[in-house]
Design a protein around this ligand. Structure first.
Ligand code: SF4
Length: 376
């Protein structure tokens, strides 16, 4: 049985980082009203989900660690009261270091409120890189915060950003060695993306910063993959690494084409074949719920062709295309329909087929998106 997951978006941040294009607001004074509406959204959706059993809750953002442990407790408690949440579900909170530097007990209180996994926004252990990203850059306090988290939570992940312009590989190595020495069980590593409509992109357009070349990025990716694999991490998705047994239950749902329910402004939900999205506007979100209406902005029912493409795209980025699931969802035998593409990719040592999966080799993973577009 595959269980769906629950995602909750907390769209508040102290400041907007220069590279970020997520839906967030720095108006933290409206947190209370937002949480009340989030709870209302849980209650309004509960009836439609009476038959679903969930095994993960992910509180992401934004900056969920701007919530008090009491607010987090309220969210988890009301969810548990209205939905079938399995015992031992993975319950993650995204946390930024600056939110726990002042209060030693906050981490313990999060654990007591029901959180059993932390996703820590480290990004880098280097002060200059953090400054470049316009993030909190007191590296000593960040280390203390990370140690506090690791003391309370056996299951923790750190986010890092690499390929920051002007940064030498040495800085990335320092960050990675630190993570390995602390035995942090899960790592999500993303390249710096220059999203349009961000200050970073504006600086790039005006030649104030440059982008690393594709070759540099590929070298850094290879270094990361080699070093972490050598240290015992399983490279289980293009950007994700885990020590055995610490793969993220929630994130696997996105990559394995499982269903999930999203709550909060700008959140997305997926129950095959339907995708829907909430308002990416906190005012519209609040007003809708205050009128007792679900804050759905858009709904889309996937065509068979769209489903097929999505399963392939997600599969190639992670464990591979699961042949059984592909057939169950699309009614198509993957290895038959794509036999010629599979043969070419196998010959070029870009992919391998076994009785369960078609997956990319290391060589293929480096150009996964290109392969998805060109061959499928
Ligand atoms: S803390 Fe995260 S969500 Fe908030 S602005 Fe920075 S990158 Fe965006």
């Amino acid at each position: 049985m595959s269980y769906p997951g629950i995602y909750i978006h907390i769209p508040f941040c102290r400041n907007r980082c220069n590279y970020c294009d997520f839906y967030i607001t720095t108006r933290t004074d409206i947190k209370g009203r937002y949480i009340d509406n989030l709870i209302k959204e849980f209650e309004l959706s509960a009836e439609n989900n009476a038959d679903n059993y969930f095994n993960s809750i992910y509180i992401g953002g934004g900056t969920p660690s701007l919530l008090t442990p009491e607010q987090v407790f309220r969210i988890i408690n009301i969810l548990k009261g209205n939905y079938n949440i399995q015992d031992n579900s993975e319950i993650t909170l995204e946390l930024n270091p600056e939110d726990i530097t002042e209060d030693e007990n906050k981490t313990i209180e999060y654990r007591d409120s029901g959180i059993n996994r932390i996703s820590f926004g480290l990004q880098s252990s280097n002060k200059d890189e953090l400054k470049f990203l316009t993030r909190f850059d007191d590296t000593e306090k960040i280390t203390t915060a990370l140690e506090r988290v690791l003391k309370c939570f056996k299951n923790a992940s750190v986010d890092i950003i690499y390929s920051i312009p002007g940064s030498l590989r040495k800085k990335l190595e320092d960050t990675i060695e630190k993570i390995i020495s602390l035995k942090i069980p899960h790592i999500s590593a993303y390249t710096l993306i220059f999203e349009k409509n961000t200050p970073l992109y504006y600086h790039y357009e005006n030649n104030r910063v440059y982008r690393n070349s594709d070759e540099t990025e590929a070298e850094l990716y290879e270094y990361l993959s080699d070093r972490l694999t050598y240290a015992g991490y399983n490279h289980y998705e293009i950007s994700n690494y885990a020590l055995p047994g610490f793969e993220s239950i929630h994130n696997l749902k996105y990559w394995e084409y499982n269903n999930y329910l999203g709550f909060g402004a700008s959140s997305h939900s997926f129950f095959h074949p339907r995708r829907w999205k909430n308002y990416s506007n906190i005012i519209k979100y609040n007003l809708s719920l205050e009128k007792n209406t679900l804050p759905t902005e858009e709904t889309h029912t996937l065509t068979a062709e769209e489903s097929e493409r999505e399963i392939i795209f997600l599969g190639l980025r992670s464990k591979g295309v699961n042949l059984k699931i592909f057939k169950k969802i699309t009614g198509i035998i993957f290895e038959k329909k794509y036999s010629s593409a599979i043969r070419k990719l196998e010959t070029g040592k870009y992919g391998t087929l076994d009785s369960e999966y078609f997956c990319l080799t290391r060589k293929g993973s480096k150009i996964a998106d290109e392969i998805a577009t060109k061959y499928f």
